[in-house]
Structure formats: structure tokens, C-alpha cells
Write a protein that binds this ligand. Structure first.
Ligand SMILES: CC(C)(COP(=O)(O)OP(=O)(O)OC[C@H]1O[C@@H](n2cnc3c(N)ncnc32)[C@H](O)[C@@H]1OP(=O)(O)O)[C@@H](O)C(=O)NCCC(=O)NCCS
Length: 242
């Protein structure tokens, strides 16, 4: 069913005290961009909201930028969930679904998903509808066509083969982020085969989720759209529309 969903984009700003309650209407989708470039003092300051388990998980990352990305993204997630749920960030409890997708206790209507890459995290929120988000940093990928051949659908591979060489990295990661956002919204991990659905590859198509198999009607139940991000990145969000 086609629905009029309003997408709102916000930049997450570090403040000593995160502003209070936030409303999320049933026809709205909120997407937050969070810079992962932060001073050590900021990382220390926001980490107070993390649970003991999350602190332990952060400490297990050997690479500093991965550790910081986790701490900054998870603390932003806790602060935003607290604002939507009107409770303290420390009291938010996560559960993990079968393929590892974090979610809230089913008594809550609020759905969310996060993605982080070098320098940038995205967080998406909606009420009573599954959501997925993915951000990728564009970089040179000499094996782009080989990877597309191995993992993407026939339609996507053909589209990518017609892209001029200098535009291939952006097109490849655009396709990747759109596919990943849909997979993350479905929450089934790679048990959902990447070749069983087609996304558009070009920059601003009228429709992004082009086809789903074996059920062709699935494509009409999802809204897949690009998320505005700084130059050098590509991002997409997927939302269940019913
Ligand atoms: C989690 C997964 C779904 C995406 O991982 P990723 O792209 O490396 O990482 P992202 O930053 O976009 O997302 C990670 C976040 O997604 C969430 N997540 C974890 N498992 C998830 C799942 N099954 N579904 C949706 N979200 C999930 C978590 O919040 C995680 O953040 P955290 O580790 O800080 O808690 C990964 O397990 C996966 O299977 N990816 C498929 C990889 C692939 O080959 N893609 C092909 C390109 S189309």
C-alpha cells in the first residue's frame, strides 16, 4: 500500500544535556546524522549512558576508530530513544532478533536501526513500521564489477556495467547501500539472498526498489529512499509501508 510518509532529517549535536522529549508522528520517519569525528573528551562524556555490557563491548574493539564509532553511535541511539520514549537513556533495554538486529521490547511501538562507517553514523526511527538504514563511504573499489557479478542481481550487474569507469565507485556503493538498507529493514541478514531483489543504480530514480522475488508484491510494501549525506558518502533508508 503506497503511503505518504514524511521523512525528516536532523543533525545530532553533542550537548552536555540532551534536550527533552521528542514526538514522532505515525506518518513520520526521522533520520539522524551523527558525525563520528569527535574529541576524546566528547567520547568520554557521552559514554556515561552506555550499559556495562556496552562498555565491555567497546573495550574489546582493538582499533580505536571502531571503538569510538561504536561508543558514539550507541550513546546517540540511547539518547534519542530516551527522548522519544521519555525515559532515561540508561534505562533503555535492547533485545536481539534472530539475525542480530537490535530492537526494543515489543510493548514499544518505536522501531529503529543504525549504520556507521568511517566518520559518519545514521540512525532511523519510525512508529509501528520496520526500518533499515545503511551508510557507506565511497572509495576506490577495483573489484566492483567482480563483486557485483558475485553478489548483486543480474539487473543491477547490467546497470553497473554501463556506468562510466570514473562513476563506478559511487554507483557501486549507492547500489550497495540501497540493498543493505532493505536487508537491514527486513532484519533477516544474508538469509535474504542479495540476488532476489533489484534496486536502481542511478543517482535519483523515481523508484529505488524495482523488483522482489519470489513475491513481486513485496516491492510495493516497502519504501526505499536515499538519505542526504555529505559528499563522499552514500546512504539509503527502507521503511515498511504495509
Ligand atoms: C549488521 C549487518 C546487517 C550490516 O552490517 P554492516 O553493514 O557492517 O554495518 P552497519 O554499520 O551498516 O550496521 C551495523 C548495525 O546494524 C544493526 N544490526 C545488527 N544486525 C542487524 C540485522 N541482522 N539487521 C539489521 N540491523 C542489524 C546493529 O545496530 C549494528 O550496530 P552495532 O554493531 O553498533 O550494534 C551485517 O550483519 C550483514 O550481514 N551485512 C551484510 C553484508 C553484505 O555482504 N552486504 C552486501 C551488500 S548489499
Amino acid at each position: 500500500m503506497e503511503q505518504n510518509l514524511a521523512f525528516n532529517f536532523f543533525d545530532f549535536i553533542d550537548e552536555p544535556q540532551f534536550p527533552g522529549r521528542r514526538e514522532l508522528q505515525s506518518d513520520a520517519v526521522h533520520v539522524w546524522r551523527r558525525s563520528l569525528v569527535a574529541a576524546p573528551t566528547t567520547i568520554e562524556r557521552v559514554s556515561y549512558v552506555l550499559s556495562d555490557q556496552e562498555r565491555e563491548r567497546a573495550a574489546r574493539f582493538r582499533v580505536e576508530h571502531a571503538r569510538n564509532a561504536f561508543a558514539l553511535t550507541r550513546s546517540a541511539l540511547r539518547l534519542l530513544l530516551a527522548a522519544y520514549l521519555d525515559q532515561s537513556p540508561q534505562s533503555v533495554r535492547f533485545r536481539l532478533a534472530e539475525y542480530g538486529k537490535p530492537h526494543l521490547d515489543p510493548t514499544h511501538d518505536l522501531h529503529f536501526n543504525v549504520s556507521h562507517t568511517e566518520g559518519l553514523a545514521l540512525l532511523v526511527f519510525a512508529n509501528r513500521r520496520r526500518v533499515g538504514i545503511d551508510v557507506e563511504k565511497i572509495h576506490s573499489q577495483p573489484d566492483a564489477l567482480k563483486l557485483a557479478h558475485r553478489f548483486f542481481s543480474e539487473t543491477e550487474r547490467q546497470q553497473l556495467e554501463n556506468v562510466p569507469a570514473q562513476e563506478l565507485p559511487a554507483a557501486f556503493f549507492r547500489c550497495w547501500s540501497r540493498k543493505e538498507a532493505y536487508i537491514k529493514a527486513r532484519g533477516e541478514g544474508l538469509s535474504l539472498p542479495l540476488h532476489e531483489f533489484d534496486v536502481a543504480v542511478e543517482p535519483a530514480p523515481t523508484q529505488i526498489l524495482l523488483a522482489t522475488r519470489p513475491d513481486p508484491n513485496e516491492a510495493r510494501r516497502w519504501m526505499l529512499r536515499d538519505v542526504p549525506v555529505p559528499p563522499g558518502y552514500v546512504a539509503a533508508a527502507a521503511v515498511f509501508t504495509g
